[in-house]
Ligand binder design. Structure first.
Ligand SMILES: NC(=O)c1ccc[n+]([C@@H]2O[C@H](COP(=O)([O-])OP(=O)(O)OC[C@H]3O[C@@H](n4cnc5c(N)ncnc54)[C@H](O)[C@@H]3O)[C@@H](O)[C@H]2O)c1
Length: 447
């Protein structure tokens, strides 16, 4: 008997056994049969329903995780680790109550904004301490890094003991590693008296300090805001100054450590943004005044106010016809926050376009403090710009920002603070703060 016959007989006997109900061997399973007609099999065993359910679940999951590649300057330039950092930051910006991503500050109506961890370098200084007040008021966690060169712990004392607040004595010229979502980089002496005191240190702070903070932003995927200055326009040949103007700066003068330092800081910021995908913002700040300014720091508003209060003559340098525009600090803080939270890199001019000659400013100070204050003329200082007035069209259009506090409204608040610090007059300072226990909200009453 051939093998063919054997097979044939066994198949035949199996069929007969099945017919008479004596089948002891396992029946061929349904699935084996269904391979012959897969469509029929799927329909019959309802596998299609499961397939559709699977597709629906996965589409739901992916639709809840939108990738915001369009927000990254040039994703092609990012390394794997940077992509990881960016996605980590996206997670950090997630709104508290819903699992969707929000990389900027615009929070859809009805949703609670997740509080951020924010680093403010130079936060113990004049502008920095007011910015910290606003960030703390809105519920963020703030870390201040400051070497106290011109800043004071006193400016932040009202936040001590708050678990959302930390103050670190540190010089930004040295690297530091902190896990944060945003970095406001303000650390740098701002008044000529202070930045000329140690010019090499000033340029180091601007260059090495900014490099360190940009490096930190890159490492932790934080958004970075540089506080640059109207000094990048030097002694401007264009008036008023728009952001498109490249400036007229002396690279070897006594102010160059500050002016050129800030210009280099802007360059570094843009290179980190373009080349490494850092989310960057640049503010060009024009003259700002308000409570907590250093007394006797040589800036014209603080000089005049302190002199008038002490019954000293108001010193006007040159003929007093050089112009400046003066912005109250709460307006600046609002502009900085809008810039950080918005979608535009800048640079943006942040200043008050109201233009005053030094003599006009002296008259306002006389009007507010002492009508009999004398004016004394002195020779002008080297490289003092003749005109300064911001063109803020760009900030108005793209940030929806413009200053609201006039000089006549803002100056009395600063006077109250200076009076308190010079004479210890508590009552007068109630609206001005000045590093005492005044709360932040009092700073903004001019609004
Ligand atoms: N106030 C203005 O009118 C004005 C105008 C243009 C630009 N800005 C810029 O705004 C920022 C803040 O200015 P401000 O008026 O508050 O000045 P400020 O001197 O009151 O504050 C600067 C702060 O930075 C700190 N600091 C300085 N060097 C540091 C370093 N190496 N490491 C750590 N901390 C350091 C100081 O101790 C101080 O607390 C500065 O970057 C300044 O260039 C200010």
């Amino acid at each position: 008997m051939g093998s063919h016959e054997l097979i044939h007989r066994s198949q035949t006997s199996q069929t007969q056994d099945q017919i008479i109900g004596l089948d002891s061997s396992p029946r061929p399973s349904k699935s084996v049969k269904s391979f012959r007609n897969p469509v029929q099999y799927m329909l019959r065993s309802q596998r299609l329903i499961f397939l559709f359910i699977g597709i629906a679940i996965s589409s739901l999951i992916f639709s809840k995780l939108p990738l915001r590649q369009h927000q990254i300057a040039n994703p092609a330039l990012l390394t794997t680790s940077e992509t990881t950092h960016l996605s980590r930051r996206r997670v950090l910006y997630e709104a508290a109550e819903v699992q969707h991503v929000n990389a900027g500050g615009k929070v859809p109506l009805g949703l609670q904004r997740k509080s951020l961890r924010i680093l403010v370098t130079g936060g113990a200084g004049f502008v920095g301490s007011h910015l910290v007040d606003r960030l703390m008021d809105r519920g963020d966690s703030v870390i201040v890094v400051d070497n106290y060169f011109t800043g004071k712990k006193d400016n932040l004392i009202h936040h001590f003991g708050n678990p959302r607040f930390e103050l670190i004595r540190h010089d930004v010229v040295e690297p530091i590693l902190l896990e944060v979502d945003q970095i406001y980089h303000l650390a740098c002496p701002a008044s000529p008296v202070h930045y000329k005191f140690n010019p090499v240190k000033t340029i180091k702070t601007n260059v090495v300090g900014t490099l360190n903070m940009l490096g930190l932003a890159k490492r932790v995927g934080a958004r970075f805001l540089l506080t640059s200055t109207s000094e990048v326009y030097g002694d401007p040949l264009q008036h008023p100054q728009a952001e498109t103007y490249w400036g007229n700066v002396n690279p070897i003068g006594v102010r160059s450590c500050y002016d050129e330092g800030k210009r280099t800081a802007e360059t570094l910021t843009m290179d980190y943004h373009r080349g490494l995908g850092i989310e960057a913002r640049i503010a060009r700040i024009f003259n700002t005044y308000g409570p907590r300014m250093c007394i006797d720091d040589g800036r014209v508003v603080s000089n005049f106010v302190a002199q008038a209060l002490r019954k000293e003559p108001l010193t006007v340098y040159g003929d007093g016809k050089q112009t400046r525009s003066f912005q109250f600090v709460s307006d600046l803080v609002e502009g900085l926050i809008r810039l950080m939270e918005g979608d535009h890199v800048g640079p943006f001019n942040l200043g008050n376009p109201g233009e005053f000659t030094m003599l006009e400013l002296a008259e306002v100070v006389q009007e507010i403090i002492d009508r009999n204050a004398r004016i004394e003329f002195r020779p002008n200082t080297e490289d003092d710009p003749h005109k300064r007035k911001p063109d803020i069209t760009k900030a108005k259009q793209l940030l929806g920002w413009e200053p609201r506090v006039t000089l006549r409204k803002g100056l009395p608040l600063m006077v109250a603070d200076f009076r308190h610090r010079i004479f210890g007059d508590q009552k007068e300072a109630a609206g001005g703060g000045g590093g005492g226990d005044a709360t932040s909200s009092s700073m903004y009453s001019a609004n």
